[in-house]
Design a protein. Structure first.
Length: 69
């Protein structure tokens, strides 16, 4: 039998908050993608959907590289 490591209650709260922030970041990226015109986006909109699903990197990439400035 392997060693089972338990997460402390404070650690659970921290992980929950990190998860909530990441989900909110992805939601905001999807919301922005939905509201923007195709001409304001670098590349096709459909290509950004799976990219945004990559934790942290996807939404950050969309906001940095996906929106035409």
């Amino acid at each position: 039998m392997g060693n089972k490591k338990e997460v402390s209650p404070a650690g659970r709260v921290a992980l929950g908050l990190i998860g909530l922030v990441q989900a909110t970041f992805a939601f905001l990226a999807f919301w922005d993608l939905r509201l923007r015109d195709e001409r304001e986006i670098n590349g096709p909109k459909w290509a950004w959907v799976p990219a945004i699903l990559v934790n942290w990197i996807g939404p950050a990439s969309y906001f940095i590289f996906g929106i035409k400035r």
